[in-house]
Ligand binder design. Structure first.
Ligand SMILES: C[S@@+](CC[C@H](N)C(=O)[O-])C[C@H]1O[C@@H](n2cnc3c(N)ncnc32)[C@H](O)[C@@H]1O
Length: 419
């Protein structure tokens, strides 16, 4: 979590930008990264504060709304400016420790010419009666219902505990030797370090030419399932390249395919920075065909990304059931296509950073029902605390490795082509 001392609490511009970011995320379904572009003309500290305020608001939205509704006679409309401004002010109090005078002084100008008296009254009442800490914020009702029926109550409780704060930083390394610069970090797997406190990523040792990259430990599992014996490997949805770099570092001959040229450019930058090599192909997987089949294909499919809710709380509002359904359909088509590019005896590793069974377990069950030429190769225990499922795949849930800081929600399965 950003330290409050880093920010100037006086800045109105950052509050205006935070309001626009929140509106873009909640009403227009944008990602935080895209929405945060509205703050790009501000000084970096103010832009960072705008994103931090919007992020802290999204971490606690249902509880902030309950606080607001508890002191208003008539419920404020969901998208009203008054509700948005009150949410932002309360999130600053709870998540950033902003002093009360700064909250009020920066909230009221946002509703000038509008419901200023209402916002002043509600905020004053809440600050007088005491705003609770909210250490385990509720998730949106729709998400809690879905995850409770898929994973049970304990997972919901763990997810609530884990959304309250930004997670620690995980780094993956090209070699064991490259880890040496981060001796203080915790190692939870080979070539991994977890850093508890750190400044800007660009100020970490070896940022310009180091053999490391930022990657949640859970996201590093799929590439760890690719057999060491596989020579020619396709990373079928590769950008920005975390898994491409892992596989290149492990000695595979990697082809990195992605349909997004801008994301592929980031992958090329990452390869240049780390000194790792891969052949890059900018093409749509539905229009591209390889010249020869591969020993292994890794398909890190586009998905709802709900497993990344600790870093990107907005995914909980963006991933509506219709979006999850569309993702699942695309994943089924990508799986079938990638499956034809694997040599007999070769491997297909499927992965999604999603906590939706439709995008994980159900995709693989449906795939296997359709493709008798594939079977699941049981995964080994790659990380203490992530025990392989009895069906052979790895399912990472909130609550796993909690004492170490937890992991992103993730699903990965190693499939082998038998015929
Ligand atoms: C989950 S991200 C991949 C992350 C990446 N594997 C990593 O570890 O850094 C999914 C990627 O799939 C790409 N993608 C989506 N549909 C595609 C398609 N039809 N063909 C090729 N790439 C596609 C997206 O551009 C996106 O970069």
């Amino acid at each position: 979590m950003p330290t409050p001392a880093k920010y100037s609490f006086e800045g109105l511009d950052s509050r205006k930008a935070a309001l626009r970011i929140l509106d873009a995320v909640l009403r227009r379904g944008q990602t935080m990264d895209n929405a945060a572009q509205v703050a790009r003309s501000l000084p970096p500290a103010d832009a960072a504060l705008a994103s931090a305020i919007a992020g802290e608001t999204l971490r606690r939205l249902p509880d902030l709304d309950a606080l607001i509704d508890g002191v208003t006679r008539q419920q404020l409309p969901e998208d009203s400016k008054a509700r948005m401004v009150l949410r932002l002010a309360l999130a600053q109090k709870i998540g950033l420790g902003t002093p009360d005078h700064a909250l009020v002084a920066t909230a009221l100008p946002l509703v000038d010419g509008g419901p200023r008296r209402l916002v002043h009254g509600v905020l004053g009442t809440l600050l007088r009666t005491g705003v609770p800490a909210i250490d385990a914020p509720r998730l949106p009702d729709l998400v809690e219902e879905r995850w409770r029926s898929a994973w049970g109550d304990d997972v919901i409780k763990a997810a609530r505990r884990s959304i309250a704060h930004r997670p620690q930083l995980d780094l993956s390394f090209a070699s064991v030797d490259a880890c040496a610069a981060f001796a203080d970090g915790t190692s939870l797997a080979p070539r991994h370090r977890r850093l508890a406190g750190h400044g800007a990523i660009s100020e970490l040792p070896g940022y310009d030419n180091g053999q490391w990259w930022v990657q949640d430990l859970a996201a590093s599992l799929p590439a760890r399932l690719v057999p060491a014996s596989a020579k020619a490997v396709l990373d079928a949805c590769a950008a920005p390249g975390g898994k491409t770099m892992q596989m290149a570092a492990a000695g595979h001959d990697v082809t990195a395919l992605d349909r997004s040229e801008s994301r592929l450019a980031r992958l090329s930058d990452n390869l240049a920075r780390t000194g790792l090599k891969a052949n890059t192909v900018a093409a749509d997987a539905f229009e591209w065909t390889p010249e020869a089949p591969f020993d292994a294909v890794l398909l890190d499919a586009p998905c709802s990304a709900t497993g990344t809710f600790r870093r990107h709380p907005e995914v909980l509002y963006r991933a509506r059931p219709a979006i999850i359904g569309q993702s699942a359909e695309l994943q089924a088509r990508l799986l079938n296509r990638a499956a034809d590019w694997v040599k007999p005896g070769g491997s297909l590793v499927y992965a999604v950073c999603s906590l939706e069974p439709e995008e994980g377990e159900q995709r693989i069950d449906a795939f296997l029902a359709d493709r008798p030429d594939y079977r699941v190769e049981p995964a080994s225990q790659l990380v203490d605390g992530v025990t392989p499922h009895s069906k052979g795949w790895l399912r990472v849930l909130p609550g796993m490795l909690e004492s170490e800081g937890g992991l992103d929600g993730f699903f990965t399965a190693h499939l082998v082509r038998t015929a």
